[in-house]
Write a protein that binds this ligand. Structure first.
Ligand SMILES: Cc1cc2nc3c(=O)[nH]c(=O)nc-3n(C[C@H](O)[C@H](O)[C@H](O)COP(=O)(O)OP(=O)(O)OC[C@H]3O[C@@H](n4cnc5c(N)ncnc54)[C@H](O)[C@@H]3O)c2cc1C
Length: 494
């Protein structure tokens, strides 16, 4: 194998592939280096639902990028979602901490980037089954996230790989990069994996966060985070992040923060290549969520699900045994996401009484019975609408359920056991809007770029669903383009 290239991309996830396509379309010879074996190409991206947060004025904008016009389109309602809406969501959920410049670049760049990806063969669809409810013969989307890739993360990776192959991009697997190489002038000239060196005119790092390292989780996220289950690839252990910091990159973002969700309690320690995202349990706004004592500990209906799910994993981790249960009754059961709640081997319990359900699931029966009685008494009549924040909240509870609060009164009752599944970490290296890595002196490190989970500064505390793919696509594309320009001319285009 030739260990030289114009542009080296480390990591074969969405951010890496976007960088590779952008570099290759500018004529660069691109070499991608991947720690995993051939069967695990795609990293966390493979495990995603492929949901990507993009902006659009109307349904026509979306119709332009989806694969086959869906026959449900004429009966579909989607509110417009502008860059200003996306930016406002970012500011709200990150409690105002998201880097304004990077956020601006992402929210204004994503729609064009989605069209560009489509041009490279990535196929999109509207995710009716995950982000819409059917009401009176119309489909209503909620939460600014109608778009996803065809066949989710598996499809996205297959489409990316095919595009890379068409463009002559070389992919070398089983190569764990552990060093960034700089010449005496400080310019980045390649990377190393053990004793093997790979040389290039520019390097794009897109090797994920540190969520798959137990030690780094405990060290940066805090006590008990080593006990969380990893939802995706076991390879994102922070090796390249550490190498970049060692090479002089400035750290950025929320190093004690991460994206973590309700995840099947029996899930394996890291991602299941077959079930991928089906182990998630995201219909909780229709439930009450309790711990093993039968007590509620979060407001299930605080917000549209896309704006709470990524922070609720941490709440579950804080419960005894890092265990929680989502409780539904026969009224809401038909609304559950089928792919998640009917996945093979799901931790599901069913009974005709709450006490019996508690018994089966291993929840304190007296505790759960008292919680359900108190909760039911706090619900009030009114129109229930899962597709909007319906304001159907409880009254008088110290811990309210703010929307979608219907009594649990129609057997059979269902309980799903969940634990904390970590998705990715929010701490990374500092980049500018071209994806250039910035050093401790606030200077650009010549020849070094980063994108995706590795880049810090966008997400703090929480995250608007679908923004990971949005960020990785926008900054991966920019980084790849700039890296190619630098490699061919020695000069950046911006
Ligand atoms: C179950 C699940 C569902 C998700 N669903 C969504 C969703 O629907 N929408 C969304 O926006 N986000 C979702 N995410 C978040 C997702 O992590 C990001 O959006 C995005 O896929 C990350 O892309 P990336 O390219 O930065 O990282 P990755 O896709 O993880 O790619 C990083 C690559 O780097 C490789 N690597 C790691 N270390 C090294 C090394 N030392 N040397 C060489 N290579 C290395 C890894 O093996 C991996 O292939 C989900 C994540 C999970 C786990």
């Amino acid at each position: 194998m030739d260990f030289h290239a114009d542009v080296i991309v480390v990591g074969t996830g969405n951010a890496g592939f976007c960088a590779a396509h952008a570099a290759a379309e500018r004529g660069a010879r691109v070499l991608m280096l991947e720690k995993g074996s051939e069967g695990t190409i795609g990293g966390n991206t493979y495990f995603t639902a492929g949901a990507i947060r993009t902006t659009y004025q109307d349904i026509e904008d979306l119709a332009d990028v989806i694969d086959d016009p869906d026959e449900r389109l004429p009966y579909t309602d989607i509110d417009p979602y502008s860059p200003a809406d996306f930016a406002a969501d970012m500011r709200r959920v990150t409690l105002g901490r998201c880097d304004p410049t990077l956020t601006d670049a992402m929210v204004h760049g994503v729609a064009d980037t989605v069209r560009w990806m489509r041009g490279h063969g990535v196929r999109f669809r509207l995710q009716y089954e995950r982000q819409a409810y059917e009401m009176e013969n119309r489909f209503r989307f909620w939460g600014g996230l109608p778009l996803a890739t065809v066949d989710g993360g598996k499809g996205l990776v297959a489409q990316h790989l095919a595009a890379a192959e068409r463009a002559g991009v070389r992919v070398r697997c089983d190569t764990a990069v552990d060093r960034v190489l700089r010449d005496p002038d400080g310019r980045v000239v390649g990377v190393a994996a053990g004793t093997t060196e790979f040389r290039a005119g520019a390097v794009v790092l897109a090797a994920g966060g540190f969520q798959a390292s137990r030690m780094m989780r405990a060290q940066y996220l805090g006590p008990n985070w080593d006990l969380a289950k990893v939802r995706g690839t076991p390879h994102n252990t922070g090796g390249v992040l550490t190498a970049a910091l060692r090479a002089g990159a400035q750290s950025a973002g929320h190093w004690s923060g991460c994206h973590a969700v309700a995840w099947d309690a029996k899930a394996p320690e890291s991602g299941d290549l077959e079930l991928t995202n089906r182990l998630t349990k995201q219909s909780y706004p229709l439930s009450i969520v309790v711990n093993t004592a039968g007590r509620r500990f979060l407001d299930e209906g605080a917000e549209i699900r896309n704006y709470t799910y990524a922070k609720y994993g941490a709440e579950i981790l804080r419960q005894p045994g890092a265990l929680a249960f989502q409780i539904f009754d026969a009224k809401t059961a038909p609304l559950l996401r089928e792919a998640e709640y009917e996945a093979p081997g799901v931790s599901r319990f069913q009974a005709d009484s709450i006490a019996e359900l508690a018994e089966q699931a291993g929840i304190d029966a007296a505790g759960l019975t008292a919680t359900v009685e108190e909760y039911n008494a706090a619900t009030r009549p009114g129109p229930f609408n899962p597709a909007v924040k319906d304001g159907l909240g409880t009254t008088g509870l110290t811990l309210p359920k703010s929307n979608w609060a219907q009594p649990l009164d129609q057997p059979p009752y269902l309980a799903f056991a969940v634990t904390c599944g970590i998705t990715f970490t929010f701490g990374g290296v500092k980049i500018d809007t071209s994806g250039r890595v910035i050093d401790e002196a606030d200077e650009v490190i010549p020849g070094l770029f980063a994108a995706g989970e590795m880049a810090g500064g966008l997400f703090f505390h929480n995250y608007p669903g679908g923004s990971g793919l949005a960020a990785g696509s926008v900054f991966g594309r920019r980084a790849g383009a700039e890296a190619a320009a630098l490699a061919s001319t020695g000069v950046l285009t911006s």
